[in-house]
Structures are given as structure tokens and as C-alpha cells.
Design a protein around this ligand. Structure first.
Ligand SMILES: [Zn+2]
Length: 114
């Protein structure tokens, strides 16, 4: 699911998403500088004409690679940094790209999913 950032009436940043999103779904939203960020929908505020306005669930937003305290539950999968099949967590690199990395690679400062 893709969308874009939009200012909500509350003054907070929210998401404008095409389709019928549900709370907890991830959205790849494009920032002003062209970066893609994976955000998680908090609440759907309004829906109509094929688009929906949603709040951002900041508590669940994908943690940065080195954000150890907030890492999500590991899953067995392929690490996108070393290519090994290990317990990986979904992380965000310095460019805002998301990917799966193992615990060892999460310690590497130079990881990029680009
Ligand atoms: Zn790895």
C-alpha cells in the first residue's frame, strides 16, 4: 500500500492513502525529498473518493537499524545485509529504507538497503 504525508486538522502529520486502509497496516509513504518511508496506520480518520486520511502509529513505526531497544520480534528469514538465513528483524536504514537484518549486521554502521 502506498501513500503520502499530509498535515491533519489536528496539526500532526498523517497519511493520505489510496484505497481502504485498516489500522495497523503498513504504508510506503513518499516524503517531500522523494524518500520512501514505511509507516504504520494508527486510525483511519476519513475515507471517500478512493482515498483515506489516517493518523500515523508512531509507537509501531519501524525502528532504525541501531535502535536496539525498539527492535521488533525476530523472524527467521534472509538477512538483506549478509544474505544468511537467520533470525532477522525489520529495520530502517539511514535513508529511511526498510529491510530485514540479523542481530550481527544490525551492529554494522554502514548498512544500507538501497
Ligand atoms: Zn546479517
Amino acid at each position: 500500500m502506498t501513500g503520502s504525508f499530509t498535515k491533519l486538522r489536528s496539526g500532526d502529520w498523517g497519511l493520505r492513502v489510496s484505497g481502504s486502509p485498516k489500522a495497523g497496516q503498513t504504508v510506503d509513504a513518499v516524503c517531500k525529498n522523494g524518500e520512501m518511508k514505511t509507516m504504520i496506520i494508527g486510525r483511519v480518520l476519513w475515507e471517500g473518493d478512493g482515498i483515506a486520511l489516517c493518523t500515523i502509529d508512531r509507537k509501531q513505526t519501524v525502528p532504525a537499524i541501531h535502535d536496539v531497544g525498539r527492535s521488533s520480534k525476530p523472524d527467521l528469514g534472509m538477512c538483506q545485509a549478509c544474505g544468511e538465513r537467520r533470525a532477522v528483524t525489520i529495520r530502517r536504514d539511514l535513508n529511511g529504507m526498510t529491510g530485514a537484518v540479523c542481530a550481527m549486521c544490525a551492529k554494522d554502521n554502514s548498512i544500507s538497503f538501497m
